[in-house]
Design a protein around this ligand. Structure first.
Ligand code: LLP
Length: 399
């Protein structure tokens, strides 16, 4: 990766190990910036994809904002130096403490997801020195044509507010003291591989914004969320440039700032998970490649049946069809099923590809497994940006 041997990084830092390319993360972010440079745009990187502080600082230094969904993410975005005025906060279950913190820090806006949340925000804002800046997340009932677990803009999903109710809530919010209406928000899903659903959502957001304007409610930001997919298995999603061209047509002549919340498309292809083959176990009719990374390290295959390419980083070993499984005590602990894999030999290192997004950020300590280390390759060398956890870390928070 970027002229650095992954094999030697695996030996130096041990496995399982996440490795990211700084160059690719920068390129991906700058590609968005360049693609949308003719428009008034705010790019709010979705921290949930990968929240390592080193990566967040890179995004911050390129002028990026943040899309956060918890007090923890807000803390990390601010800690990385991201300007509060470039932070947006989504999520259906924001707590009072999270709302207070967001209001006090003066973030760009909170994306409200229910009528009750508006009431809580009004009450908090009325006791605060700062106004609460808000927007409502509209549920436009659009099918993003992606995995059901990561589609969020259908009417059966828990997210957002239907347009009619949202219109009513905007009217109510417009009369509230200390509540400032800033934007309109939509986000219809993740790993979207054609521009159709994103454009449709953008159009809906614009139509809705115009209705608000006709009632005298001013809107400064139209936030169309994230969701642009990457290529895991032959998908050919539009590039940011293609998307920009199409969104440019939808936004032609508009004055609002366009907000984008990309996560996966910034970091996904820039990361791999390195794992060592502990054992090769052959039973009648089936082969198991038992690696040292489990679903606690990378849950996407077990959770969504997601496909991640798996390729050897060193020579030798055989080519077999196998289930690539981890050490966790559950049959759903796999990285690939019935897959033809190469370089299979006890002790060899495999790279699980496209693991930069929703990899470490979804890792857990299940089975009391310590979470992996993270390394970033920059300027031709690999640097540790998160040490591997130790068993002591597992009990650190016990009282
Ligand atoms: N904005 C909002 C409000 C979101 O809910 C999300 C993702 C994003 C932005 C970023 O979407 P992206 O550009 O990364 O697609 N764990 C799943 C993905 C869940 C996405 C949740 N929301 C996975 O591993 O595929």
């Amino acid at each position: 990766m970027d002229e650095v041997s992954l094999e030697s990084l695996a030996r130096e830092f041990s496995t399982p190990l996440y490795v990211y390319s700084a160059r690719q993360i920068k390129n991906n972010f700058l590609e968005y910036m360049r693609a949308f440079e003719d428009m008034n745009v705010l790019i709010c990187y979705a921290l949930k994809a990968n929240y390592n502080g080193h990566i967040l600082k890179m995004i911050s230094s390129m002028g990026g904002g943040a899309d956060v969904v918890s007090g923890g993410e807000l803390y990390m975005a601010l800690r990385a130096g991201i300007n509060p005025e470039k932070i947006v906060f989504a999520g259906v279950g924001k707590t009072r403490d999270e709302i207070k913190e967001a209001v006090n820090r003066g973030i760009c806006f909170l994306n409200i997801e229910s009528a009750q949340e508006l009431e809580v925000i009004e009450e908090i804002a009325s006791n605060s020195e700062k106004a609460a800046r808000i927007s409502f997340r509209i549920n436009p009932d659009i099918d993003p044509q992606t995995h059901p677990s990561i589609s969020t803009g259908l009417k059966e999903n828990k997210f957002g507010i239907f347009p009619d109710e949202a219109m009513e809530l905007y009217r109510r919010a417009a009369k509230m003291k200390n509540v400032e209406i800033k934007g309109v928000h939509v986000h219809v899903g993740s790993q979207i591989t054609s521009s159709g659903p994103i454009l449709e959502a953008a159009r809906e957001a614009c139509v809705f914004t115009d209705k608000l304007k006709s009632e005298g409610i001013e809107i400064s930001y139209v936030d169309i969320g994230g969701g642009l997919g990457i290529n895991y298995e032959g998908a050919n999603p539009p590039s940011p440039a293609q998307l920009a061209e199409e969104i440019g047509r939808v936004f032609k002549g508009r004055k609002e700032t366009l907000v984008l919340e990309p996560g996966r498309s910034i970091v996904g292809e820039a990361g791999v998970l390195l794992t060592e083959i502990n054992y090769v176990k052959k039973v009648p009719g089936k082969n198991f490649v038992i690696v040292d990374a489990g679903f606690n390290d990378l849950v996407r295959p077990s959770m969504y049946g997601s496909y991640h390419r798996i390729i050897p980083v060193e020579k030798g070993g055989e080519k077999i069809v196998a289930d690539v499984v981890g050490p966790v005590c559950e049959s759903s602990d796999f990285l690939a099923e019935s897959r033809e894999v190469e370089g299979i030999k006890k002790g060899n290192i495999l790279a699980v590809m496209e693991a930069g997004a929703y990899g470490f950020s979804m890792a857990s300590n299940y089975n009391s497994r310590t979470r992996p280390a993270e390394v970033v390759i920059d300027d031709g060398r690999g640097t540790l940006i998160r040490r591997r956890e130790t068993p002591e870390d597992l009990v650190d928070t016990e009282v």
